[in-house]
Design a protein around this ligand. Structure first.
Ligand SMILES: Cc1cc2nc3c(=O)[nH]c(=O)nc-3n(C[C@H](O)[C@H](O)[C@H](O)COP(=O)(O)O)c2cc1C
Length: 193
């Protein structure tokens, strides 16, 4: 149980940075690690465990992240799997009153208006049984041009412009602690039945 594949879907690099840091920690804890973008990761290959993370935009994971999980669903269901979302920007006025549930704050409600992105996550979760889905604070640089037409249009909305705080809010201690937890789980001898 020592080869870990860390896959990420990122538009502007914040999620890539989180994936790379998770990879660094897993390596320093003695695991063999490959970090790859979701659109270039051919498959799960010979990995013994997989970590998949995506940036969240308007309540949804990026398609690359969802597609990677869907095309590897059968194998991932058999492997230890961890998911992470890179999303919330603290102080964003798009955050309504915090719900107490990080997934709801990043991806929206489980049901009703605005639940489309969350439902996709519920589907992949039901199919692959991840051990955990962690939400990490993200980063936003307004000077970094939009990479998708939808993002360009959304950023032009005055309400969104006001709502998105600029800055790098990634909490490296939180990210590293989670990566150490993953390493500990993978390196623990299996508990005999
Ligand atoms: C137009 C726009 C919409 C966003 N929508 C959400 C959202 O719905 N939920 C959330 O948690 N974060 C949202 N964010 C924050 C990003 O997900 C966060 O900045 C993330 O770390 C970016 O990752 P990347 O650099 O890997 O693309 C949004 C950011 C932008 C610019």
């Amino acid at each position: 149980m020592n080869k870990v594949l860390v896959v990420y879907a990122s538009r502007h690099g914040a999620t890539r940075g989180i994936a790379q840091r998770i990879g660094d920690v897993l390596r320093s804890d003695g695991l063999e690690v490959e970090v790859a973008p979701a659109d270039h990761a051919a498959g799960v290959g010979t990995a013994d465990a997989v970590v998949v993370g995506s940036a969240v935009y308007m309540g949804s994971w990026l398609n690359d992240g969802i597609d990677f999980i869907k095309r590897n669903e059968v194998l991932l269901a058999e492997l230890p799997l961890w998911l992470f979302s890179s999303g919330p920007l603290p102080g964003s006025s798009m955050d309504k009153v915090p719900s107490g549930d990080p997934l709801t704050d990043a991806l929206g409600p489980e049901q009703g208006p605005g639940s489309g992105g969350r439902k996709k996550i519920a589907e992949i979760t039901a199919a692959t049984y991840p051990k955990d889905h962690r939400v990490f604070l993200g980063a936003f640089d307004p000077d970094d041009p939009p990479t998708a037409t939808s993002e360009r249009l959304v950023r032009m909305l005055p309400a969104v412009k006001k709502a998105l705080p600029a800055g790098d809010f990634r909490d490296w201690d939180d990210i590293e602690a989670w990566a150490h937890e993953i390493a500990t789980t993978l390196m623990s001898p299996a508990i005999p039945a």
